[in-house]
Design a protein around this ligand. Sequence first.
Ligand code: FBP
Length: 551
Amino acid sequence: MELMTKSPLQIARGSYQPKMPAVLKGHVVLKEGAATQSVADQEEIKQLFPNTYGMPLITFEAGEAKAHPAVNVGVILSGGQAPGGHNVISGLYDGLKALNPENKLYGFLGGPSGLVDHKYIELTGKVIDEYRNTGGFDIIGSGRTKLEETEQYEKGAEICRQLGIKAIVIIGGDDSNTNACVLAEYYKQKNYGIQVIGCPKTIDGDLKNEMIETSFGFDTACKVYSELIGNIQRDANSAKKYWHFIRLMGRSASHIALECALQSQPNMCIISEEVEAKNMTLNDIVEQIVDVIVARANAGLNFGTVLIPEGLIEFIPAMKRLIAELNDLLAHNEDFNALETDDEKRQYVKGMLSPESSQVYRDLPKGIARQLTLDRDPHGNVQVSLIETEKLLIEMAAKRLAKLKAEGKYKGKFSPLSHFFGYEGRCAIPSNFDADYTYSLGYTAAILISEGKTGYMSSVRNLTAPADQWIAGGVPITMMMNMERRNGKMKPVIQKALVRLDGAPFKYFEKHRKSWADENFSYIYPGPIQYYGPAEVCDQPSKTLLLEQGK
Ligand code: FBP
């Protein structure tokens, strides 16, 4: 056997031609809708973005051929990896070449810092062909540098002038697209002739609204996690001896946990947004888990699965207040940073918090308290992927069950195992849905650029219909913005879409969760993503999207 450099699936995926909206296959004309407004804080957002506020929504329609002068474009991958990033770039490349074969594409290396530090490569057809339909962001790398200083914008403009770049595409989540919007506004205000277009990326699924039906990567990541959960459930149902506590990525919203619950029907799934709405404490959550464990033990079932969203801790109201205080306290705090030992840091924090938050902080196991004070990401967020909530819940549930046992109210056996699924899914080979969607987003971005647009996010909608019926166009990024507190200051940011408790996906889950908790035969085993085969097996979007669109 010859030494392999690629798997057979990698090779086969290289020649997969992504499906795309019919309108993108010919010449397009732009149709502009009415002027738009930001989702909230209209006056403040308008003042901060005088040049890019209020622009109309754009949809593409079939049009006549016309000449497009050659342009050079730069692309940046920003934030956490999400399956399909490479296809946004291949769609962008193919779209640019279809408009004018002289168009060139440059990739800035390592995220937004590549623009500032002038690190880039030219993305030729040869490079692009190596990465078509693959997972990962390794074609140019990614990073979380926040673009917020005039000096950074100017350094970016400098390299654009040097390379003749007329437009930059930023592929990122809510924070990165906020950056894109700020940059678009700055370049327009300065009249630099550099356009900025955003693309909605994040496995977390929380960058969505009426015009952005889902962020890319969510579909693939959830399908990978659901496969793993299904495998664990089959093991649990075979061995009948372990309780599996599975934490799932999703820095803030619980979309991933909810989607995985819809796909795999676990015994329990905690939804952070519900915890917050019901003003629940950590003890309330543990009590709910323990109730299910006891009920199943009474039925002779000493095993099960609990899904836990990564962001849970920030949604428990008392913890949320504590984290908000810690964010403000630790932002640029030289005194805290100078302390050496964990104990010194703990004492310092306890003394600086409000009495209520100080008490909550004191009651936390030391490990979790320490995790809450670790470095923030560049956007000032707690790095929830480092907080082991699943272990905290296991520890608390075990204590409670031991007490019930001593009182003769629980006779089962509790053998817990913990898992954290996040990095396993972020670079998976994109599902057909994500491969098609991302390619279309990139292609759409190329057209928005050729039409001179800036401050827009590439938008592809009607996603539960077959791809040729998808609707392509652009949404002004300012339309998605509101004011929020970040790093201790009010800032304009894209509003995060949390799980809606009145939305169809949650309602479906709420209706069925009791039977999933009690019954022995409710598990679903979704199996691995299928790339070839019938459309109902290979091309389905997420259950969240199907339910949201009444399907
Ligand atoms: P983005 O919001 O940048 O897409 O990243 C999402 C995410 O995968 C979260 O689910 C997770 O909490 C975080 O990134 C982890 O970040 P890191 O890659 O820095 O560990």
